[in-house]
Design a protein around this ligand. Structure first.
Ligand SMILES: Nc1ncnc2c1ncn2[C@@H]1O[C@H](COP(=O)(O)OP(=O)(O)OP(=O)(O)O)[C@@H](O)[C@H]1O
Ligand SMILES: [Mg+2]
Length: 257
């Protein structure tokens, strides 16, 4: 059974004063599923992710979690891992101290949290840069550190908001593969917000389009590929699924003009 939590969002709405940021979003995610969300800028993708992570209160509707056995689950801080655009590392902390931060906030003893952070950095092939400051890293290295920080608590739900948006193509492809193997290893449920359709298709079990502004969440498109690697990216199925997602997005652009 996957460690990841199932998630049920029902008519989730978030308003900021008069601004409707998220409109009646309903989505069911299975434990251990990898789902991507694509859509127009300003459609509410980040708001949905933050609402799932408990960083934004809903104005109406509900978001509930359950374990693989179906039992209701109220996630604690260690259950949710966040990875934001460009990593958002704390510039005054070393790489090691950045990765250990979520455990520090949970009151985990120093030795234990540094050991866990070191092990996670090793896993991300970043063992040699523990003492460096974020400003001394390349963009790809910063993202690896940010992913290590998001995973250090062994979260049951991993939330990724355009993590690779600012990276060059080669680094992005390498990190996509790395992310997929980490998520599979951990059994976590993963939700990825991205503007890159190919990235969504190659990584996900399903891709959901948030159409319009504020977005209306379309039924998620199931993704079936012969493999989720470079070969998969060259397959006929990949091209056809990208076209299907693109078609949904085009529809969203037409409806919002
Ligand atoms: N803290 C806030 N206060 C007021 N309005 C907000 C706030 N956060 C988001 N919004 C508004 O809510 C809407 C949805 O924003 P959100 O950031 O969720 O969109 P998005 O789909 O993530 O866009 P992008 O692709 O550009 O990141 C936008 O109209 C935005 O201006
Ligand atoms: Mg956003």
């Amino acid at each position: 059974m996957p460690r990841g939590l199932g998630i049920r969002a029902k008519n989730a709405c978030v308003c900021f004063g008069d601004v409707v940021a998220l409109r009646h979003a309903s989505l069911t995610i299975l434990p251990g599923e990898f789902i991507s969300i694509v859509g127009d800028s300003g459609g509410g993708k980040t708001t949905l992710l933050r609402a799932i992570g408990g960083l934004r209160a809903l104005s109406s509707g509900s978001i509930e979690f359950h374990s693989a056995s179906g039992a209701n689950w109220i996630p604690g801080p260690r259950d949710i891992g966040f990875c934001f655009q460009e990593g958002r590392l704390l510039p005054w902390r070393s790489v090691l101290a950045n990765v250990a931060l979520p455990l520090e906030l949970e009151g985990v003893a120093s030795g234990e949290r540094l050991d866990a952070a070191r092990a996670m950095l090793e896993r991300m092939r970043m063992g040699g840069v523990e003492r460096r400051m974020p400003s001394q890293l390349s963009g790809g290295m910063r993202m690896r550190v940010a992913m290590a920080r998001a995973l250090v608590t062994r979260p049951r739900v991993l939330l990724l908001d355009e993590p690779f948006g600012s990276l060059d193509e080669v680094t992005r492809l390498a990190l996509e593969d790395e992310l997929l193997s980490l998520v599979r290893e951990s059994g976590a449920t993963a939700i990825l917000v991205t503007h890159a359709i190919g990235e969504a298709v190659v990584l996900s079990d399903r891709v959901a389009v948030l159409r319009g502004r504020p977005g209306s969440l379309q039924p998620a498109i199931p993704i079936s590929l012969p493999s989720r690697d470079d070969e998969g990216r060259l397959s006929v199925e990949f091209a056809s699924l990208c076209a299907i997602v693109q078609h949904e997005l085009r529809g969203s652009q037409e409806s919002s003009v």
